[in-house]
Design a protein around this ligand. Structure first.
Ligand code: SAM
Length: 277
């Protein structure tokens, strides 16, 4: 891997932190999901600090990955045959989940990140389990045109996923993103997202993380206090699922930074929604 193909933009480096967490989970015998390419991404980058940043939220990243895997399974079982990974990063769901025949999956991310991802997947001759299309676009710009040009069908119900992105955009940018998604969502569409609240950003445990993220230009720029109310305003009927529920379901410890008995009002929201009829 040449240095030119590594994801050097600060915010794209955060994708490697998630890949590190997924690689660690993949290595467990009792893993909650398998991600056979995650370690290859980490090896191709080789940053020492990746492991350190990922450890703090390892449990959350793992539960969230399994939660959104199950979200796609549910959407596919409901008849959805099109998905969009908004800020796909190094997500390999196109390769590692079972998809119904004819399923179309679009991955949107910044050009540098997707160039790196395709290079690593190419070296490993990875074959998607669905009809996969990458869309190189900045989600603060006119990404819907790029998505439509890539073959996205706005008449079909879609399962959207915004995982690990919203905190890096401003609230106005997130509002524009949700508005655009709404205009592209046929009846029967699904939406899942992760976001954080203000109290989460103030956790003392995260002070060192903030300064590291700031140094690489990936500082957090927004929070939300009422994700379901916010999504209702964008035409979605939403619910949030606490990590403690997922931890119980999967027989794992509650990730410390998501345990209300330790962090009080701080939240990393895991939200799923359906288009309000
Ligand atoms: N969703 C993936 C996952 O959970 O594995 C990746 C999450 S990673 C923390 C954040 C991703 O957002 C990176 O891949 C980064 O390149 C992407 N990203 C951040 N800002 C973006 C923007 N303005 N346009 C497109 N992608 C962006």
């Amino acid at each position: 891997m040449t240095t030119e193909t590594r994801p050097t933009s600060g915010v794209s480096r955060t994708a490697v932190i998630i890949a590190q967490a997924r690689a660690t989970e993949h290595a467990r015998e009792d893993r909650l999901f398998s991600d056979p390419y995650a370690q290859a991404f980490v090896d191709a980058v080789g940053w020492i600090q990746v492991a350190e940043a990922g450890r703090l939220n390892q449990g959350h990243f793992v539960l969230r990955t399994r939660f959104f895997d199950d979200y796609f399974r549910t959407a596919a079982a409901a008849g959805v045959r099109q998905a969009v990974l908004v800020a796909a990063g190094l997500d390999t769901r196109a390769f590692r989940l079972e998809w119904p025949s004819g399923f179309r999956l679009f991955e949107i991310d910044l050009p540098g990140l997707l160039a790196f991802k395709e290079a690593v997947l190419g070296v490993h001759r990875a074959r998607p389990a669905c009809d996969r299309t990458t869309v190189r676009a900045d989600l603060r710009d006119d990404w819907p045109s790029a998505l439509l040009s890539a073959g996205f069908d706005p008449e079909r119900p879609t399962a959207w996923l915004i995982e690990g992105l919203m905190m890096y955009l401003t609230h106005a940018e997130n509002d524009r993103l949700l508005h655009a998604i709404g205009t592209l969502s046929a009846p029967g569409s699904h939406l899942a997202l992760e976001h954080i609240n203000q109290a989460y950003t103030e956790l003392p445990e995260l002070r060192a993380v903030h300064s590291r993220l700031r140094r690489v230009g990936a500082d957090w720029r927004s929070t939300v206090e009422d994700p379901c109310g916010w999504l209702a305003g964008h035409g979605w009927t939403a619910t949030t699922t606490p990590q403690s529920t997922l931890a119980t379901t999967h027989n794992r410890p509650v990730p410390p930074l998501t345990d209300p008995t330790r962090v009080g009002p701080a939240r990393m929201w895991l939200t799923t929604a359906t288009r309000t009829p």
